[in-house]
Write a protein that binds this ligand. Structure first.
Ligand code: CP3
Length: 342
């Protein structure tokens, strides 16, 4: 395919997802709005995280912060994958330093039925309002909406607290297979609806975050995680919405995940990009390289360039979110190095 005359980030990202060649590799960073930016910490000093997520004006402000500093090609609505458990009434809180906590984990059939499954997205209007405002504020950037994968949401909802390897969530799969299947199916429908509504509000593309998919062996991923993801991509395809699947630590899952109907796979640094062709890709750069100075960043970018060879159907990103300790200048270095690849 010939080079399209793509002139902004939005066109570049959509070119990659649509199988066209962008004029240069697009770039954005997972968690680009967040604690590594002093201006984000200043906003957060006065507002609890969930209040920030629910504030229409502050969501736009913090999503725009990285775009003011860095020449990035995409923006992502400021929200969280756990807004769905929150809107289901599971009792979400973020305790300082402890990560998320679910007050009423899904450990009985009664706990499942006690959640407000009907009309869950009607209680997430603040997310769609935030998408709408960000669309207007960043018209030349590709706008990502997002949601958690059914499996990753199942992990948080079942275990309640203290992630680790989510042993109790995984154990529930075998101890309570029917309940688990039902929860995964209901989550898939909720996530699909949530993503469709973000696209209708102005998102160009939606990303499904499967942070804990890598905990499952490939055969279990196919049996347990994949059906919900197929349900989601079927719905998105019917609406013509491009979708990216991010799986952390999922190098062993690529033969499954590439066949789930997503437009692109976002991979962490354990995947060898040189062995992943035939589908657009995203990610791959080890986020700790941003803590290692220019050489470490340049080498990581050069390695991605080498693995891609001549192909340009890749969106440069990290393998996992920006770490809070990342010096903002490291992101400027990354942008420069990526632009040198063309
Ligand atoms: O620019 C962006 O990407 C911001 C939007 C965004 C957030 N969370 C904001 C956030 C996105 C895309 C997410 C996704 C998310 N949330 C995932 C999947 C991606 C991944 O990182 O694996 C997961 C697993 C969550 C759940 C979650 N949210 C956890 C485990 C935590 C606590 C750990 C932490 O990093 O603090 C959060 C909180 C959270 N979500 C923060 C941000 C900016 C930090 C909140 C703060 O300001 O204290």
């Amino acid at each position: 395919m010939g080079a399209m005359s793509t002139t902004n980030g939005r066109a570049r990202v959509l070119a990659v997802l649509g199988g066209e060649r962008p004029d240069r590799l697009p770039l954005w960073l997972m968690r680009q709005a967040g604690r590594f930016l002093p201006e984000y910490r200043a906003v957060r000093a006065d507002v609890p995280f969930l209040d920030l997520v629910r504030s229409r004006s502050l969501c736009t402000e913090v999503a725009l912060q990285p775009l003011r500093r860095f020449d990035l090609d995409a923006t992502i609505v400021f929200s969280d994958i756990l807004v769905i458990p929150d809107a289901l009434g599971a009792g979400l809180s973020f305790e300082k330093g402890d990560g998320p906590k679910i007050e009423r984990p899904l450990v009985t059939d009664e706990a499942v039925e006690a959640l407000a499954w009907d009309g869950v997205c009607d209680r997430l209007g603040y997310v769609y309002d935030a998408v709408k405002d960000l669309r207007a504020a960043a018209p030349d950037h590709a706008l990502f909406g997002f949601g958690g994968s059914p499996w990753t949401l199942f992990c948080y909802l079942t275990q309640g607290q203290g992630g680790g390897e989510f042993a109790s969530a995984r154990a529930a799969l075998w101890a309570h297979p029917e309940r688990s299947r039902m929860v995964l199916d209901r989550l898939a429908d909720a996530v699909a609806e949530h993503l469709v509504r973000q696209a209708r509000a102005g998102a160009d593309v939606v990303q499904v975050f499967d942070t804990w998919g890598g905990l499952l062996p490939a055969a279990d991923y196919e049996a347990i995680a994949a059906p919900g993801l197929r349900r989601i991509t079927k719905r998105l395809a019917a609406e013509g919405i491009p979708a990216v699947l991010y799986v952390r630590a999922g190098a062993h899952l690529v033969d499954v995940t590439r066949n789930l109907g997503f437009s692109a796979l976002s991979v962490d640094s354990t995947v060898d990009l040189a062995h992943l062709h035939g589908i657009p890709t995203q990610g791959n750069l080890d986020n700790t390289r941003l803590l290692g100075g220019r050489e470490a960043i340049a080498e990581g970018v050069a390695r991605i360039g080498a693995a891609l060879g001549g192909r340009r159907n890749h969106i440069v990103n990290l393998g996992h979110g920006v770490l809070p300790s990342t010096p903002p200048d490291a992101v400027s270095v990354l942008v420069d190095e990526v632009r040198r690849l063309g």
